[in-house]
Design a binder for this molecule. Structure first.
Ligand SMILES: O=c1ccn([C@@H]2O[C@H](COP(=O)(O)OP(=O)(O)O[C@H]3O[C@H](CO)[C@@H](O)[C@H](O)[C@H]3O)[C@@H](O)[C@H]2O)c(=O)[nH]1
Ligand SMILES: [Mn+2]
Length: 733
């Protein structure tokens, strides 16, 4: 072991294990699938030809909905068919490669100083500067699409604070290395008290200065004179119209760039690419591509880590962990990127908006890893630079990691470097090039990350999903219902655009390169949006027919009842099982069921419509940035659902809730009073479905009628939803 870089016969740097009880689980899935087929058979055979036309139509559409759900079920379970789990051995990596570690460039993206506070951004930056990795091989780039001098100022402060923070982290080997996160953990007793209080004081002073500037609305003159970079803002008139601003805040090549212990600091660069109203800037994808080019002129790291500005590093070993997957002598040759899960630090106990993504991170991504590799989800992801720049998988790929020392030899000063690197961030630079198409991140899709990952898979590469016990990255999940639904709308829209693009998993592009199973799992996200149709149908029609007293499901005493019961019960139990097994609560499961229905009838519907509008050229693509600032008033109510405005999404939700409430009570009442209508026996499943929807919607009734706080539903929503729901019921009766 450890006999040189060829690694022949050496122990592997990573290991892959299959999930336990795989075959038993597969058998179980097959039994469920048989149940689903029986439901389809029931719909086909039981259609009554002497029924009236309307009822036959309703029945057929119900069948189509169930066909869709069954199909979607197959897709979701395909992501569970072959789960694998990865383990990295970074001690072996250090042993074999410590002096040959590659350069790593870290890209942090921010876009708006008001909804992404600079203090949060620099905490993320500091956390990644403090990785346990040779500092001369680490470069950190901040892309600021907000073009804000406040963000620049905060980064300048961070560059000074890092001289104290990095030695502190390394001396006491602390975790996590985001100062704000670290100061709020309770377990920092191992550190010496004096050291802790003095670093905390430095941090608080810095925070105070930044807050003062933020409240002032401009950077005070005495600060502006301290760095030449501020002069760039003299000519900046707007966020959307300015020249490229590139400032090397710490020049890692400079022997004077050291911390208080005399240890070299990582490179730290601020970039705000040129913006002009005449050029599309392509949101985050455009920012990433500018970073790719600028960094290639400065540090040109072979490995690139991309994080969103709210995702601080929670584990100082992540770079080394990721490298285990890139540097194994036998198994690394086709691995293009290593994706860590998106995890969040601001979740409430029962995760009221279902934003923990726990099933995605614990079940679906390991499942995708088993059949070709996880998707690229935009943050917490390590890429090989060449792959991100468009390289195909093939023999010409060199796995040689020895760094060319070229960059170090360049003896030009930082200002000279800024001048040369700046040019590639101009908005005209990409004209007539393959950037955004065959090179870099793809343009024109609301999920630039996922489609870029897919195109990499189409070029023959694999990817790896790594989910260590100590989470690699922690970020901010949206904290209001509105934000959550808008975020999902963007995702649903982007994924549907992807399905329709030439990379779409159903398209022929990439056939043969990307396996059927892998395509199926990709579909899981691609077809989120179309779910709205079947879900909406299922949450309206059976309830209205309950009101009319017409049964649409088999009676309890019929044999056809069995497949329904089997599928419903096993699906509920197995999904509860998944939640509990991965450390979630029953409450989380319940909230996730609610959010699935809410998203389907709002985010997915709107995402679907916008995709179509976009396709036919009626709408321009946009990127609604998720707010990371937590409003104090909202934070007080974090355990109840936050509505607060009269978004059209809320009107839909409220109308559906009212409709089901009405159908449930009138339907049941009529069933009891009027003996003409069919009995409970034949309406049981409909009552159950409608009752379930009523219970799911409890937070909506609460928001409509009982709450007094600012997070309640506005009265206008209450009025509109009641009128709409009542009219639908009268119309149908
Ligand atoms: O014009 C823009 C817009 C956004 N961003 C950055 O993109 C990141 C993600 O934006 P956010 O609003 O936080 O979106 P989320 O929905 O939380 O992001 C998820 O989904 C996005 C795709 O929809 C991916 O880009 C993200 O990486 C992924 O975390 C943030 O750091 C932004 O600063 C830019 O740099 N430029
Ligand atoms: Mn985000």
């Amino acid at each position: 072991m450890g006999s040189g870089s060829d690694g022949g016969g050496a122990l592997p740097l990573f290991e892959t294990k299959e999930a336990k009880f795989k075959n038993a689980y597969r058998l179980f899935l097959i039994s469920m699938f048989i149940g689903i087929c029986m439901i389809w058979v029931y719909r086909i055979t039981q259609i009554l030809f002497d029924d009236d036309v309307e009822e036959r139509l309703v029945w057929m559409l119900l069948f189509l909905s169930e066909l869709w759900f069954g199909f979607y079920w197959v897709i979701t379970k395909s992501a569970r068919w072959n789960r694998v789990y990865r383990y990295a051995f970074r001690d072996r990596l250090s042993h074999r490669y410590e002096d040959k570690l590659p350069r790593v460039d870290i890209f942090v993206c921010t876009a708006d100083p008001t909804i992404e506070p600079p203090m949060m951004v620099i905490n993320t930056v500091l956390s990644v500067m403090a990785y346990n990795y040779p500092t001369d091989k680490l470069s950190v780039y901040l892309s600021d699409d907000g073009g804000s001098d406040l963000t620049f100022y905060a980064l300048l402060e961070a560059s000074v604070f890092s001289k104290h923070w990095l030695p502190f982290c390394k001396k006491f080997n602390i975790e996590p290395r985001s100062p704000a996160a670290y100061f709020s953990t309770k377990s920092n007793s191992v550190v010496d008290v004096e050291g802790l209080s003095s670093i905390k004081k430095l941090y608080e002073e810095m925070e105070h200065r930044i807050d003062t500037a933020a409240n002032l609305g401009r950077i005070p003159e005495e600060i502006r004179t301290k760095h030449k970079g501020f002069s760039e803002w003299v000519s900046v008139t707007s966020q959307r119209d300015h020249q490229t601003i590139l400032q090397v805040l710490i020049d890692g090549r400079n022997p004077n760039a050291v911390d208080i212990d005399g240890v070299a600091l990582p490179m730290l660069v601020y970039l705000s690419r040129q913006k002009s109203p005449n050029h599309p800037h392509n949101f985050k994808a455009g920012a990433m591509n500018a970073l790719l080019r600028v960094s290639s002129k400065i540090s040109n790291g072979k490995i690139i880590l991309n994080v969103d500005c709210d995702m601080y590093s929670n584990n100082s070993e992540s770079v080394r962990d990721a490298l285990c997957f890139f540097m194994d002598e036998q198994k690394s040759h086709d691995i293009a990127f290593v994706q860590f899960p998106q995890s969040f630090y601001n979740l409430t106990k029962n995760d009221i908006y279902g934003s923990s993504l726990s099933i995605l991170t614990e079940v679906e991504l390991p499942g995708m890893d088993g059949c070709g590799g996880p998707l690229y989800i935009g943050t917490g992801c390590f890429h090989r630079r060449e792959v991100l720049c468009g390289k195909k998988y093939g023999t010409e790929f060199d796995v040689e990691y020895e760094d060319s020392v070229l960059i170090n030899k360049v003896q030009e000063g930082a200002s000279k470097l800024e001048e040369t690197a700046k040019i590639v961030a101009d908005c005209t630079f990409e004209e007539g090039t393959q950037w955004g198409k065959e090179m870099g991140l793809k343009y024109g899709c609301a999920v630039e990350d996922v489609i870029t990952g897919l195109s990499i898979h189409c070029r023959g590469w694999k990817s790896v999903y790594f989910n260590p016990t100590r989470k690699g990255f922690l970020g901010v999940a949206p904290i209001t219902l509105g934000q959550t639904l808008v975020q999902y709308k963007r995702w649903a829209e982007g994924n549907l655009q992807m399905l329709l693009s030439r990379y779409g998993p159903l398209q022929s592009y990439g056939v043969g390169r990307i396996k059927l199973g892998h395509r199926m799992v990709y579909c899981l996200w691609c077809i989120w949006a179309p779910n709205w149709l079947a879900t909406l149908y299922y949450s309206v029609i059976p309830s209205l027919y309950l009101l009319k007293g017409i049964p649409l499901f088999p009676r309890i005493s019929s044999l056809w009842f069995l497949p329904f019961a089997y599928v419903i019960i096993t699906e509920i139990l197995s999904s509860i099982g998944e939640f509990l097994f991965y450390g979630s609560t029953l409450g989380c499961w319940w909230n996730e069921q609610r959010m699935w229905i809410f998203r389907s009838t709002t985010s997915y519907l709107f995402g679907f419509i916008d995709t179509l509008l976009n396709l036919f050229g009626f709408a321009k693509s946009r990127f609604d940035i998720t707010a990371k600032l937590i409003d104090k008033d909202v934070a007080k109510r974090k355990d109840i659902m936050e509505f607060g405005n009269s978004s059209p999404m809320f009107i839909i939700l409220a109308t559906l809730a009212m409709l089901n409430l009405y159908c449930f009570f009138w339907g049941v009442k009529r069933m009891i009073i009027n003996t003409q209508t069919p009995s409970f026996d034949s309406l049981f499943l409909q009552v159950l479905l409608c009752g379930f929807l009523v219970i799911i919607n409890l937070p909506i009734y609460n928001g409509l009628f009982f709450r007094k706080d600012n997070g309640r539903m506005p009265t206008s929503v209450t009025v509109k939803s009641i009128i709409l729901a009542v009219s639908v019921c009268f119309f149908i009766m």
